[in-house]
Design a protein around this ligand. Structure first.
Ligand SMILES: [Zn+2]
Length: 159
């Protein structure tokens, strides 16, 4: 059963990135080897720094083998985001995307409303456009209940 992984992964003589980092012998049944190839040392070091190698190993043993690659990739994504932003991590990225979705949804609603008016041969008046100016940055949570993160998350220059 274990041999399957050896055949399918980039397993070779060199230890996987995890074992190399942890300075231990990479055995043929190493749980990390299929997901942390030696060519990507940063992937493991990020995940180890944020989650800890023993937690990752425990998690990999708890999920089904076919889910392990996805689990590792999501851990790597979360770890990298947490390294970049120690305060919000990937939650910050989620929040930015949620705000985008809400903003685009509003734009779409407004455009659909305009289309309806045109379809009804009604000329849109200036007051109807005025309604759209209320897309301030901080007003997102009123309808959605999403947590409102500070807008500085969008750019890299903090203060
Ligand atoms: Zn290994």
């Amino acid at each position: 059963m274990i041999r399957r992984y050896m055949a399918s992964s980039s397993y070779s003589n060199s230890p996987c990135a995890a074992c190399k980092f942890l300075r231990r012998k990479c055995l043929p049944d190493c749980i990390f080897a299929p997901y942390f190839p030696p060519e990507e040392p940063q992937k493991f070091s990020n995940v180890h720094k944020i989650f800890g190698a023993s937690n990752v190993s425990k998690l990999l043993n708890e999920v089904l083998p076919h889910q392990r690659e996805d689990a590792v990739n999501s851990l790597a994504y979360e770890a990298e985001a947490r390294m970049k932003d120690p305060v919000y991590g990937c939650v910050g990225a989620i929040s930015v995307l949620q705000r985008q979705v809400i903003r685009l949804q509003r734009e779409l609603d407004a455009t659909n409303a305009d289309l309806m008016r045109y379809a009804c041969n009604e000329m849109p008046s200036t007051s109807q456009y005025g309604r759209r100016t209320g897309q301030g940055e901080g007003s997102v949570d009123q309808n959605s209940g999403y947590y409102n993160f500070p807008s500085h998350w969008n750019n890299d220059n903090h203060e």
